[in-house]
Write a protein that binds this ligand. Structure first.
Ligand code: ZN
Length: 287
């Protein structure tokens, strides 16, 4: 196989994952359950009930930390607030690096709860999540929304490149501040809804959206200078892995031979986050 220039790790993980699990959608394996950490059923924006859920999401579970490997390095723990599904993944390095089978396991946890649809996850997104988790020494990354089936518009959520998260024990503002330094990321902070959106993209873009769940998005771009600086710093560190789903022609042919369309890298999107409704599930029509 011939690859376009990328870090070898990112490219090989991305493609092996795409080959392994590009056949979507898959049915949900289990029905959503309820728990103390679940998304609210009836709470609405600004209500006491919703604020309580937001607090619960941000509160660490007592006496629990992420499992570690034999060298003491923590695993990435992804916990889906909507399904209670979770997975612990061993990274290859301090910066992440997850095997193709682990990427598949992550894709399952990040599936869309309402439909059960899932999508191959972008490896750099998991690396970003891992760096956030380890920076805050968090027990897990709690995911409000991962994959969302596109409904007539492109979205990084619909490409396995975005997650809406809460880091237990950390303030959203601090999570967003750290994530903005990663380079080649989109970071949106949602102070009313109570989460941080992180995606991976070719050029960083940061925004704030004070709209609440189920309401129309009101994004406002912020910190444009920092976005440029963060990308320049990441580039200086030798990080160029900005389009891992860009696949060389011979791999495209291999995908076609399997009856699968090659993954397409969409143009970078800015206002690409749909609202989540009161159940914490994407409405798909909020844009
Ligand atoms: Zn989002």
């Amino acid at each position: 196989m011939r690859w376009v220039p990328h870090t070898a790790l990112c490219a090989s993980l991305a493609v092996s994952s795409a080959l392994a699990s590009v056949a979507t959608p898959k049915p949900a394996r289990r029905a959503p359950q309820t728990s103390a950490r679940n998304a609210p059923q009836k709470a609405t924006r600004g209500s006491v009930g919703y604020a309580q859920y937001v607090r619960t999401w941000h509160t660490p579970s007592p006496a629990r930390s992420a499992p570690t490997d034999t060298a003491g390095r923590p695993h990435l723990v992804l916990y889906s607030i909507n399904t209670n599904d979770h997975v612990a993944l061993a990274p290859a390095t301090e910066g992440g690096g997850f095997s193709a089978s682990d990427l598949d396991r992550a894709s399952s946890v990040l599936r869309e709860p309402s439909s059960g649809n899932q999508h191959p996850i972008e490896p750099r997104l998991l690396d970003a999540a891992y760096r956030v988790q380890t920076h805050f020494q968090a027990q897990e990354i709690r995911v409000l929304s991962g994959y969302r089936t596109p409904h007539g518009h492109a979205s990084n959520h619909g490409a396995g490149r975005a997650i809406d998260i809460v880091v237990p024990g950390a303030a959203d503002a601090d999570v967003a501040k750290f994530a903005r330094e990663l380079g080649f990321v989109g970071v949106g902070i949602y102070p009313t809804s109570g989460f941080v959106h992180i995606d991976v993209r070719a050029r960083s873009y940061f925004w704030i959206d004070a709209s609440g769940p189920g309401r129309r998005n009101r994004e406002r771009g912020i910190l444009g200078d920092l976005a440029q600086k963060s990308d320049a710093a990441a580039k200086a560190r030798g990080e160029h892995c900005v389009s891992p789903f860009f696949i060389a022609p011979d791999v495209d042919a291999a995908l076609r031979a399997r009856g699968l369309s090659p993954a397409v890298t969409p143009a970078p999107l800015e206002d690409d986050d749909t609202d989540i409704d009161a159940d914490g599930v994407a409405t798909g029509s909020g844009e």
